[in-house]
Design a protein around this ligand. Sequence first.
Ligand SMILES: NC(=O)c1ccc[n+]([C@@H]2O[C@H](COP(=O)([O-])OP(=O)(O)OC[C@H]3O[C@@H](n4cnc5c(N)ncnc54)[C@H](OP(=O)(O)O)[C@@H]3O)[C@@H](O)[C@H]2O)c1
Length: 317
Amino acid sequence: MARDTWDPTHLPDLHGRRYLVTGSNAGLGFFASLQLAGAGARVIMTGRNPNRLAAARAALLRQVPDADLESLMLDTSNLGSIRAAAATARGRTGLDGVLLNAGIVHPPAQRQTTSDRHELVFATNVLGHYALAGEMLPPLAAARGRMVWLGSMSTSMWQYDPLDPELENGYTPWRAYVQSKVAATALGFEADRRLRSEKVPVASLVAHPGYSIGGRTRGIAGVNEPNRAKRFRDNLQAPIAQSKERGAWVLVRALVDPAAEGGQFWGPSRGMRGAPRPASASKVTRDLDVAARMWHYCEHATRVPWPFEKARKAKRR
Ligand SMILES: NC(=O)c1ccc[n+]([C@@H]2O[C@H](COP(=O)([O-])OP(=O)(O)OC[C@H]3O[C@@H](n4cnc5c(N)ncnc54)[C@H](OP(=O)(O)O)[C@@H]3O)[C@@H](O)[C@H]2O)c1
């Protein structure tokens, strides 16, 4: 096998490229935005809270003063917000990639629903990204772009089949989280199969960041400000954890490495931490029936059938 020469700290020149990142005001989304912007890309930073988004934009500009940024309000739990943001983001110049990153990582103790009447975790982590990726398909096709979905190692340890995706029965916070990641991963692979069979020139990949925690991440005002207790707790996990900055390396590589391919799963080399490498996805996320069922469910729940034909005809940028 050829030696892997990818260096996450020296990305290829991304001037002239345009990427959209969900949940870019904090955590992995912020660091992915920072790395993309640092390599010269135009980054559409999105978030659901204007103050947090403005703070993250200011923090990024402090690190990369000539960063080329757009800011856009986008709440992934709200289908109206997604439609509005997508209409703004489509633009005329095409989109090289969308990072479907935003997520509820610590779900509420009790089941909650959104204004669209969907279970909150599934709406935020899955339905919103399914709808957004569909809305952005024509500009992605125009740029021969990519979408990257966020998976998680938890789906290898708890191989939940999302038979009841919105957990009408038996809600637990952990089950809601893991199921949402099983669904997002299965959809990422299913999207790639459908894009290929529909001959749409867009690739879909899935990436997971291992175990990336705020207390192992450098402090950035307005973005990552762990208190002393969190630093202490997270430092105790040093052997198995990494910073969110490093976790973002995987997502960015899946998004921009010319050698990465649709349908692949990427993760850190040592599972929970390490340099980005192709990884093995859990069996349930590769199950074709689970994926087809999730696709059907999302299509009906969001009323966003993906515009494959329109995307196929999109003029190359
Ligand atoms: N960290 C890990 O070890 C790990 C492991 C596996 C997978 N992941 C996945 O990686 C992704 C990011 O995780 P993280 O560790 O960076 O988490 P994080 O630090 O909690 O950041 C989550 C981001 O998502 C945003 N978000 C949450 N709900 C949203 C909504 N309704 N609309 C728009 N944005 C929303 C948050 O914005 P607010 O500030 O407004 O809440 C924040 O920007 C998630 O999909 C997670 O499942 C993380």
